[in-house]
Design a protein around this ligand. Structure first.
Ligand code: ADP
Length: 457
């Protein structure tokens, strides 16, 4: 069968949704293709937090010295300067506008009085959607596409990009859940928003042999790099492909990211089996992951108390995950340090020493061991929570090379006409390592640009 639209968007995560909505509002007839039975991608199952420098919640909390320049510097440095400076600049200058768009146009609700400071950020600048997950984002985006009457086709896997004689991309072939082959023609262009390849072990190993089967993944099964392969087949250039990020704090049995453990951003500490801290808890994800793998058994324990739990309420907002972890014996609530130590057979005296030091550092505001950038919190009072965790593949920094207008470039650095890309499928922003809260800022900033640009060209 054949169908014709102005714009074909491949992948219904945050990048694809925002591209589709912008293209539609610019007057295009749009179809959004999603290979899974449900929309949302990794955006849906993420924490949903979004960095935006100098945002309204920062101001409400009295943080008045954040700027796009600081955010730019953090992001470049966090990726070992392997991001494309001009693209990171666009992210830094537009992240706040993207957040305001989500708030005002898409009606996403962000917490009015709480922010996260993710690892590698010099300011507390990550907005938190209500519920602390991407569900709020995707639910509202879906409502907006419904209101705008944008056609979404789930169970529709895009497979091959089509080109005309001039080399312009004119559409894509796809297979439906029932095996029907459909060609989607695009009068204006195709936007690839298929996300990363964290769930594709073969592809991970192809680009970075270390990222093999020993790692589980936090990603949805749909994150198999389809868009990268499709575009590469027609000559697209790839970059940063070897840079694959593990998230340090995941369920040791399933690989699923632990959002209960977001208490780390409110002051939870990390200790090893011996009961000692071994890394700054707000370090970059790659640094923490590496440090964890170097400890006995290749795992860590995250420890916090009720005082810290009450700040971000991560247990209440992620109650299902909490109950699951308790049931699996991977998280334990203890009245005392002794109980916490005994549950996981950690040496009680060493753990007590560690905690005494943390309490001292909390008082002086100076972490003499690891220079905790958020300032440690006192762990004097119980009850305590202790959770076992391992690193798991989370984000693939590499992908397609796009220009300022999100146009996909070929090996020679020339524009492939009619082809655009945004989100995790691109490889130009995060360099060696993506900072927390930067994926959501990235996908909405460039998803929106792609949606406008495909219509403008
Ligand atoms: P981003 O954060 O960049 O928006 P997500 O992971 O949130 O990325 O979303 C990407 C979406 O693309 C997922 O829902 C995934 O199932 C979908 N997808 C991946 N490959 C294909 C494909 N070949 N055809 C259609 N949809 C795809």
């Amino acid at each position: 069968a054949e169908q014709t639209y102005d714009v074909v968007v491949i992948g219904a995560g945050g990048a694809g949704f925002s591209a589709a909505i912008e293209a539609k509002s610019a007057g295009a007839n749009v179809v959004l293709l999603e290979k899974m039975p449900a929309v949302g991608g990794n955006t849906l199952i993420s924490g949903g937090e979004m960095n935006a420098p100098d945002n309204w919640v920062e101001r409400a909390l009295g943080i008045t010295d954040d700027t796009a320049d600081l955010f730019y510097n953090d992001t470049m440095k966090g990726g070992d300067n392997l991001g494309d400076p001009k693209m990171v600049r666009i992210l830094a200058d537009n992240a706040l506008t993207s957040a305001e768009w989500l708030r005002d146009e898409i009606k996403v609700e962000f917490l009015p009085d709480h922010l996260f400071q993710f690892g590698g950020h010099s300011r507390k600048r990550a907005l938190i959607p209500v519920g602390h997950t991407g569900v709020e984002l995707i639910t509202k985006l879906k409502a907006k596409t419904d209101a705008d009457r944008i056609t979404i086709k789930t169970n529709m896997k895009a497979e091959t990009l089509l080109k005309d004689e001039s080399g312009k991309v004119t559409g894509v072939t796809a297979t439906s859940g029932t095996g029907d082959k459909i060609t989607f023609h695009a009068n204006k262009g195709v936007i690839i928003a298929t996300g990363g390849f964290g769930s594709n072990v073969e592809m991970r190993k192809k680009y970075n042999p270390k990222m093999d089967e020993k790692y589980m993944s936090t990603d949805t099964p749909g994150s198999t790099g389809d868009g990268i392969v499709m575009a590469e087949t027609i000559g697209a250039k790839l970059t940063n492909m070897e840079n694959i990020q593990t998230y340090p704090i995941c369920n040791p049995e399933t690989g699923v990211i632990s959002l209960v453990a977001d208490s780390r951003f409110d002051g939870a500490i990390l200790i090893n089996q011996e009961g000692k801290r071994f890394v700054e808890e707000l370090e970059r994800r790659d640094v923490i992951s590496k440090a964890i793998l170097a400890q006995t058994g290749g795992y860590t324990y995250q420890l916090w108390n009720q005082g810290i739990a009450d700040i971000g309420k991560t247990i209440e907002v992620h109650q299902d995950e909490y109950d699951q972890l308790v049931k699996q014996g991977l998280l334990f609530k203890a009245d005392t340090i002794e109980e916490a130590a005994n549950f996981f057979k950690i040496d009680v005296n060493t753990l007590k020493e560690t905690i005494n030091k943390v309490n001292d550092y909390a008082k002086t505001g100076k972490d003499l061991d690891f220079k905790h950038r958020g300032g440690l919190k006192s762990l004097e009072k119980g009850p305590y929570y202790i959770e076992k965790a391992v690193p798991s593949v989370h984000h693939t920094m590499g992908g397609l090379v796009i220009d300022e207008k999100t146009r996909v470039l070929n090996e020679k650095g020339e524009v492939i006409p009619g082809l655009f890309a945004a989100g995790e499928v691109t490889g130009v922003i995060h360099g060696a390592n993506r900072l927390g809260g930067n994926a959501i800022a990235d996908i909405f900033t460039f998803g929106r640009i792609a949606g406008k640009q495909v219509v403008a060209e």
